[in-house]
Design a protein around this ligand. Structure first.
Ligand code: CAA
Length: 384
């Protein structure tokens, strides 16, 4: 398929592929086994200007949009989605600042983010607020000189490793979703510590950690956007970032398809390579069709988000849901095609299958996102 990428987009994609093959491939099994955060690779990504891709040009970025970010995430995930999400979470943690932050905050932080000197994280989820994101309890009380943060954020990607955290907290408990605000919080701020570091089924090269705030004083200037807009900004952010999660799923599925093709081409049974069996060809064909359909939907959703359209909730959710379901099916079939080898840690497929699972869960479970798509259907029906 031809997606009519510009020369710049092709260059970005090729650069990410080269870095993934040369730097991530040799260490991916180790990173997964040791649950090791990939700092040396993050440094290589910074040196290759990959963190500039999603930052606007006026803050020393390359001014790319969702599509450019998705191309990088797809290529990194084709090799290791644990590394890819450590990169993508910095985009997630800085988009709110880019889209709604004051000029002063943007000047202060974005050049370092673009240079890859500071990783970011986004913190919405709490033990009481997963799919029901408006159930957060972390508070930000207005005090002299700023806001006092109290509460605990759970399952935060890049937690502990990032320097900068976008935190959604309640500034007015009585107003529900309209009482939340967003803040930029720096690692090392007194009263901000890290809690439990999670041990995960997949994406084990990435860090997932609790953030604990105890009377943590945030300067007034670190509020992002207007007070009371935190929940709405978080929803808009997730609309924008979901094609990127789809791209993560797409990369995993692409990697699994290629590994399964290679294995079935070499595996001899009954005197010939098993890829010659029609049943194997049929499975590979179905996997390939699903991967290409996911790619088409993700690129279209990312382009739609980049067009400045406001109604991207449905397209972004659809791309994420579709691609993550494809990743789960394709990795499962890839393990099946490779039999015992697919199940063993000597091959990358069992890791890909474990990694695929989270794409159906985070940044909106596929169940909650299907509800969001259904709500858009109802709205259209009501209008017609
Ligand atoms: N864009 C703009 N505004 C939106 C919006 C959107 N997509 N969705 C909702 N809103 C607005 C509504 O218009 C409403 O505004 P008003 O106050 O003006 O009426 C307000 O937000 C509240 O809306 P709802 O009543 O519809 O909200 P809700 O409480 O029913 O929740 C939901 C809606 C879609 C289920 C939401 O809770 C949701 O998205 N849940 C999933 C959470 C999620 O994705 N979490 C991921 C965490 S981040 C992560 O996973 C990252 C990682 O690790 C890598």
């Amino acid at each position: 398929m031809q997606y009519f990428l510009t020369d710049e987009q092709k260059t970005i994609k090729e650069l990410a592929r080269k870095l993934a093959e040369e730097r991530i491939l040799p260490v991916r099994a180790h990173l997964d086994e040791a649950e090791e955060f990939p700092w040396p690779i993050i440094k290589d990504m910074a040196d290759s200007d990959l963190f500039r891709v999603f930052v606007p040009a006026e803050y020393e970025g390359l001014g790319g949009g969702c599509l450019e970010l998705s191309l990088v995430v797809e290529e990194l995930s084709r090799v290791c989605s644990g590394v890819a999400i450590s990169y993508a979470a910095t985009a997630l943690g800085s988009y709110t600042l880019m889209d709604f932050g004051s000029e002063e905050l943007k000047r202060k932080f974005l050049p370092d983010i673009a240079a890859g000197k500071k990783l970011c994280a986004f913190a919405l989820t709490e033990s009481t607020a997963g799919s029901d994101a408006s159930g957060i309890r972390t508070t930000a009380e207005k005090v002299e000189g700023g806001y006092l943060l109290n509460g605990t954020k759970q399952f935060i990607t890049n937690g502990g490793e990032a320097e900068l955290y976008t935190i959604i907290a309640l500034t007015d408990k009585s107003k529900g979703p309209r009482g939340a605000s967003a803040f930029m919080v720096e690692k090392g701020t007194p009263g901000f510590t890290f809690g439990k570091k999670e041990k995960k089924m997949g994406i084990r090269a990435s860090a997932t950690c609790e953030l604990v705030f105890q009377n943590c004083l945030i300067p007034e200037g670190n509020i992002i956007g207007r007070p009371g807009m935190g929940f709405i900004m978080a929803m808009k952010l997730l609309d924008k970032s979901r094609p990127g999660v789809g791209a993560q799923a797409l990369g995993i599925a692409q990697g699994a398809l290629e590994a399964a093709y290679e294995y079935t081409s070499q595996r001899i049974q009954f005197g010939q390579a098993i890829i010659n069996q029609p049943v194997v060809q049929s499975m590979l064909a179905d996997m390939s069709i699903q991967v290409e359909a996911a790619r088409a939907l993700i690129y279209a959703a990312a382009r739609y988000a980049d067009s400045g359209a406001k109604d991207i909730t449905e397209s972004s959710a659809a791309a994420k849901v579709f691609a993550s379901d494809v990743a789960m099916r394709v990795t499962t079939d890839a393990v099946q095609l490779c039999g015992g080898a697919g199940y063993m840690k000597d091959y990358p497929l069992e890791k890909m299958m474990r990694d695929a699972k989270i794409t159906q869960i985070y940044e909106g479970s596929n169940q909650v996102l299907r509800s969001a798509v259904a709500a858009e259907l109802r709205k259209r029906k009501a209008k017609s």
